[in-house]
Design a protein around this ligand. Structure first.
Ligand SMILES: C[S@@+](CC[C@H](N)C(=O)[O-])C[C@H]1O[C@@H](n2cnc3c(N)ncnc32)[C@H](O)[C@@H]1O
Length: 320
């Protein structure tokens, strides 16, 4: 039997997101921006809980927008679903005539739908064209990356974005193999990686291709550059009193989130100045200490929650 959309993806840290962002949604009207609409799991819960809410749902994946649109059809009079990359948040709001918003959610990474769709090439376990683009209408595919980047560039990506110890060896093997047979499929690449990365009993965890596939996905979608540009833009878009939650699933994206929040939560007054001018005062206050993991009970019900790290902030003043 086909799965209902609501069964496919259990929204991560949903109760925490509703509690933290809900504090800013009590007014007569409120705008909530879901920068990573996905299948609309978080958005549906917000629309249900807050009848005064208008949703702006952004996703770069047209398939996700289509499915979320079906799921949220009952709320069609208070939703705007937009095909965009989330670093375009200010342009999206501008187009909709919205000056500032009360809540923003970023639930980073790929959705379980993208991973489960065999033909997208995200998973090393399916034989599929090596694509990995979240937005299949534009940009370079993972096959183009592995077939055209230099050995040094590939090694850097595998090391920086995958924290892969065997980055250089995998890059060398790829460059050697593609001289005779260019890479077209995910299993072709996963098979080669399994030959290069040794399996060490008791030390190796997961499939040997896991880290290289993560690295390629991050490169293909420009995930870290996009997130770095998005954080200040998202904070600018918040009304004073507005709140933002970011759910990260690996240390690289969590580090970017942490640094962006720390920069906005710290006074920018020069050290030599004996007092703080109003324009140097922090723009946000952090709402959780450090990065919050999911509860044991959530992890036992939803394995995807095991790696989540939640950070949140409230806007306390408008920047000049
Ligand atoms: C983890 S899923 C979100 C799931 C969603 N919270 C739910 O409950 O159904 C992440 C979604 O964000 C989208 N996405 C990732 N990076 C994006 C970006 N830079 N701009 C817009 N959408 C992005 C992906 O296409 C995917 O659909």
């Amino acid at each position: 039997m086909a799965k209902e959309i609501s069964e496919i993806h259990e929204p991560v840290a949903l109760d925490r997101c509703l509690d933290i962002l809900g504090e800013a949604l009590g007014g007569d009207t409120a705008v909530y921006v879901d920068c990573t609409l996905g299948l609309g799991g978080h958005s549906e819960a917000f629309l249900k809980r807050f009848p005064n809410l208008t949703l702006v749902g952004i996703d770069r994946d047209t398939k996700a927008l289509e499915l979320a649109g079906q799921r949220l059809a009952a709320y069609s009079d208070r939703i705007h679903l937009v095909h965009a990359v989330y670093d375009e948040i200010e342009e999206v709001l501008d187009e909709l005539g919205i000056d500032e918003v009360q809540a923003i959610l970023l639930d980073l990474g790929v959705s379980s739908m993208q991973l489960d769709e065999a033909d997208r090439g995200f998973a090393y376990s399916y034989d599929a064209p090596l694509d990995m683009r979240m937005d299949t209408t534009t940009g370079q595919t993972a096959a183009e990356v592995v077939n055209s980047y230099s050995e040094q560039e590939l090694a850097r990506i595998f090391k920086d974005f995958g924290e892969e110890r065997y980055a250089k060896a995998v890059a060398a093997a790829i460059v050697n193999q593609r001289k005779s047979v260019p890479f077209e499929t995910s299993t072709q690449l996963a098979g080669l990686i399994a030959k290069v990365i040794p399996f060490i009993p008791g030390k190796s965890s997961g499939h040997p291709a896991k880290r290289v596939f993560q690295a390629l996905r991050i490169e293909v979608n420009g995930e870290l550059e996009v997130l770095t540009r998005t954080m200040p833009a998202a904070i600018r878009s918040l009304a004073v009193g507005g709140r933002i939650v970011v759910l990260s699933y690996h240390s690289l994206e969590d580090r970017i989130t942490k640094q962006a929040f720390a920069a906005a939560a710290t006074s920018s007054a020069p050290l030599e100045l004996p007092f703080e001018l109003p324009e140097h005062a922090p723009v946000v206050r952090l709402l959780v200490k450090g990065a919050e993991p999911a509860s044991e009970s959530e992890i036992s019900k939803n394995p995807r929650a095991a790696s989540v790290r939640l950070r949140a902030a409230v806007k306390i003043r408008r920047a000049a």
